[in-house]
Design a protein around this ligand. Structure first.
Ligand code: COA
Length: 257
């Protein structure tokens, strides 16, 4: 895959996407969003790929937000379309992938950058990372899911404060709030992501996909997550992975998924 704004690499079952516009602090312009959509789709369709790590190039930024220069003159209609399309092709899309996506937040994750990290299934961060939703300082609100996913992750009160103040929090604060799972040095960030990915890859990817659907269902309007869990749980009993996992356990050997 050849892209202008992102780098994609694959090492056996582990894929890594690096957003690569360092001169613009990896800000998400339209072209980058489109390329990310294509890359995620192709990795999701690749049966060999079992975990995807998403990170930003160089040491300063994961993503410093949506590209402000692209929407500064937008009308109301264009604003709605920008947000709607972003949700559809990137933010909701990533959240609902069957392949686990880990955000390795290596620096500034602001606005659309934090929203993208929050769309990933979970996040880890380097100790220099800074996170926030500064949109109200630009006279707009978060439009790529930030008003919905930040309260889910850190609670309503803290999300209100972060969005209203437009402030940034440190990686350590983000960990205390449950926004990121681990904080490490910049050098150790990708090795840690890979270590976690390797643990994930030992398990059934079919069952992991079902777990992602069941967990996400609890945040969907009008959906009873418990009902989805019951259905997904039952479906697992019809899979090869379930036969292999239970047989391996009973025969005291490691499963081969
Ligand atoms: N959109 C477009 N360009 C951006 C950007 C964004 N969200 N964030 C950074 N850039 C660009 C800058 O315009 C600058 O480009 P230039 O060299 O051509 O002028 C380059 O990236 C470097 O950024 P700069 O602001 O010079 O770095 P800094 O170290 O002084 O500040 C930040 C870093 C992250 C604090 C600052 O870039 C910033 O506040 N960015 C915007 C954050 C934001 O509001 N995001 C939400 C958008 S909805």
């Amino acid at each position: 895959m050849n892209f202008e704004n992102i780098l994609v690499k694959k090492n056996d079952s582990l894929a890594q996407i690096t957003i690569n516009r360092p001169k613009k602090l990896n800000a998400l312009n339209k072209a980058t969003i489109n390329e990310l959509n294509i890359a995620f789709k192709s990795l999701e369709d690749d049966n060999d790929v079992r975990v995807i790590i998403l990170t930003g190039s160089e040491k300063k930024a994961f993503v410093a937000g949506a590209d402000i220069s692209e929407f500064a003159n937008f009308s109301v209609e264009q604003g709605i379309e920008l947000s709607r399309l972003g949700h559809e092709i990137l933010f909701d899309y990533v959240e609902n992938l069957s392949t686990p996506v880990i955000a390795a937040v290596n620096g500034f994750a602001l606005g659309g950058g934090l929203e993208l990290a929050m769309s990933c299934h979970f996040r880890i961060a380097s100790d220099n990372a800074k996170m926030g939703l500064p949109e109200v300082s630009l006279g707009v609100i978060p439009g790529y899911g930030g008003t919905q996913r930040l309260p889910q992750l850190v609670g309503k009160g803290k999300a209100m404060e972060m969005i209203m103040t437009a402030g940034m929090i440190s990686a350590e604060e983000a960990k205390e709030l449950g926004l990121v799972n681990y904080v490490t040095t910049q050098e150790e960030l990708l090795p840690l992501a890979e270590k976690i990915a390797n643990k994930i890859m030992r398990n059934s990817s079919v069952a992991i996909s079902a777990a992602i659907r069941a967990i996400n269902a609890s945040f969907e309007d009008g959906t009873n997550g418990f009902d989805i869990e019951i259905d997904e749980f039952g479906e697992c009993f019809g899979t090869e992975d379930f036969k292999e996992g239970t047989t391996a356990f009973l025969n005291k050997r490691k499963p081969k998924f």
